[in-house]
Design a protein around this ligand. Sequence first.
Ligand SMILES: [Fe+2]
Length: 320
Amino acid sequence: MKFDEEADYVPVQIGSIPLDSILSFNLYIQKNNGYALYREKNLEFTAETKSRLIANKVDCLYIMQTDTQRYLDFIESNLSTIVSDPNTSVDFKSKAVYECASKVVFDVLQQPDVGENLVRAVGVAQNLVDFLMQGREPFFKLLTRATRDYYTYNHSVHTCTYAVVLAKKAGYSMTNRTMLDDLATGILIHDIGKSRVPEEIINKPGPLTPEEWVEIRKHPQHGLDMARNISAVRPLSYIPILQHHEKLDGSGYPNGLHDKDIHIFGKIAAIVDVFDAMTTKRSYAPAKSYFDTLKEMLTMADRHLDKKLLLEFIKLLTGR
Ligand SMILES: [Fe+2]
């Protein structure tokens, strides 16, 4: 779904278009070195349409480059159909889930006062859980999409992916589905409070001054204030937002909580947050390998991070 900005027409796989969905853009077909209108917007994309294309060995149609945003919005609004369709490839599902989740967090950070974006985040987080509940392949497919450059919106999707699978390993299953959805939502938006911290502090390449640290340490509380305004975000989702920088020995922030006062969702959030931050390239540090990161994280066990959960996390990354 990454498009060439220069091109007038961009390809879309026919498998990406859910059956019986109403198109919000025109679809074109390649013909005689050009593009011809194949199906007009506002019409249904039916099983018959799809079979006809397959019979003619067409697996790719085109949209106009100017319809890119409409196509991405269409994918997001049809995401639950795409994720639950057994005929859609895991590869395309992972692409759709990863990009919709990144986009929604990007929009939340760009327009922090638009509540509708947080409502979208709740929906996309549920789709992410649905996808991850389909087995191990979705998890590893999503990992292959993870970029090594640190952006808050990508980091949020990576951490959400790790957190859901770690919670599943820690015993949360479909019987705790609402709790898993709440965890996923909370992790997906755990850093939204950064939108209220000055950008020059967030992106500062060098070490922060004590005054700048004071501002940074406010982001969990800012995030909680933002989430509380939106009724679609349930209270259990507040925990990862508020507790992802707490440490077992009480040296974390914003509240300096100790082990027994940190919720398991806060402990999960802390592990996945540290792991993804260390394995991606940041403005002040290069990306570390998984092996070096986990080795370093083991030295933080029991002081900062919950050891039992950390060992489970290592097992899931090593495929055990
Ligand atoms: Fe954070």
